[in-house]
Design a protein around this ligand. Structure first.
Ligand code: GLC
Length: 316
């Protein structure tokens, strides 16, 4: 099991619950819907009880030697409120201002807590809008909040994804500000290919019922499809002035219909490929539709956990 001094790129990631670090994971990504707990109008104050609860969860995870990523999840007003994009955009900056105030680097060191600005930009946040937000968000954290987010060791580490739902396809269009470097920035991509396999039967995806029965048998051609996507990432990162830590921030298979052996094979394949390439990864997710932990039985789903962390599963 990795310890808190493990470089983040070697971390295994999971949601917080006692037993997560014992199961071999060494970090957690906590998706947070700030927009649902914030005044909808100025000054967009985040509800204090909610902020305190987030802080409590972050503290517990750090106590368990888990590195923590906090993000902005499901900020649908930003994606879909066409009339008021610039106002919603300003709200995102206000969330991160308040988060920066609550989590200073003096208490939450740059190796312990990572800020992921926005989960899966899409719809109104296209490539252009996202690139412009990245400039403003990094400026907010590293410059405007330099007193709380920079220290002698460095700066708050931020995680930056890609437009069009976080997939690999828009990585070549991501423009990073000059201040971004491998010490302060992690690039994150989400990986759900082939979508018809990973999301078969998913209630929130239109048409997904028609995909039930799609198999993933690890054939050479199926593996090649995935390798081609991963190679896009490697190629991007090999260009001059890059060499960022790459994080597969979400990957997983919706469990209700996919045969467990296919789910395990796909998960193991992505995980091993990520590790081979030196990427960190966060499995999506803990205990819901894709979960590796079954909250009803109170046990890990061994086959799936075995796909993620083969070396630790036998000790459970
Ligand atoms: C994204 C969505 C989440 C969904 C997951 C898998 O993280 O925000 O709601 O469950 O992808 O589709």
């Amino acid at each position: 099991m990795a310890s808190s001094s493990t470089p983040f790129h070697e971390c295994r990631t999971y949601y917080l619950k006692s037993g997560i670090s014992q199961s071999g994971f060494s970090s957690v990504r906590i998706p947070i819907r700030w927009s649902a707990h914030t005044l909808p109008s100025d000054p967009n104050t985040i509800d204090d009880a909610f902020m305190s609860r987030v802080q409590e969860v972050v503290d517990q995870a750090i106590q368990e030697n888990l590195k923590v990523i906090i993000n902005t999840h499901h900020f649908n007003e930003l994606f879909y409120d066409d009339r008021d994009y610039s106002y919603q955009r300003s709200r995102l900056l206000k969330f991160w201002q308040q988060i920066s105030n609550r989590f200073p680097i003096s208490q939450y060191g740059e190796e312990k807590l990572i800020f992921e600005f926005l989960n899966e930009p899409h719809e109104d946040v296209g490539v252009r809008e996202w690139n412009s937000l990245v400039v403003d968000l990094t400026n907010l954290v590293w410059n405007k909040n330099a007193n709380t987010q920079n220290n002698a060791l460095g700066q708050r580490k931020v995680m930056i994804g890609t437009a069009d739902w976080g997939g690999v396809a828009k990585l070549p269009y991501l423009r990073l500000p000059r201040a971004a470097n491998p010490k302060n920035t992690i690039i994150t991509v989400h990986f759900y290919e082939p979508f018809k396999f990973t999301h078969q039967g998913a209630s929130w995806v239109e048409g997904a019922d028609g995909w039930i029965g799609t198999r993933w048998l690890a054939t050479q051609s199926q593996r090649n499809v995935l390798l081609d996507y991963l190679n896009v990432v490697d190629k991007w990162n090999a260009a001059p002035n890059r060499g960022f830590e790459i994080n597969i921030g979400e990957f997983g298979v919706y469990s209700l219909y996919a045969p467990p052996e296919d789910q395990q094979a796909w998960t193991a394949f992505i995980t091993r490929e990520a590790e081979k390439r030196g990427y960190s990864w966060n499995y999506w997710e803990y205990s819901s539709g894709f979960g590796a932990y079954d909250p009803h039985s109170g046990h890990w789903r061994k086959a799936l956990l075995g796909g993620l962390i083969p070396e630790d599963v036998d000790s459970l």
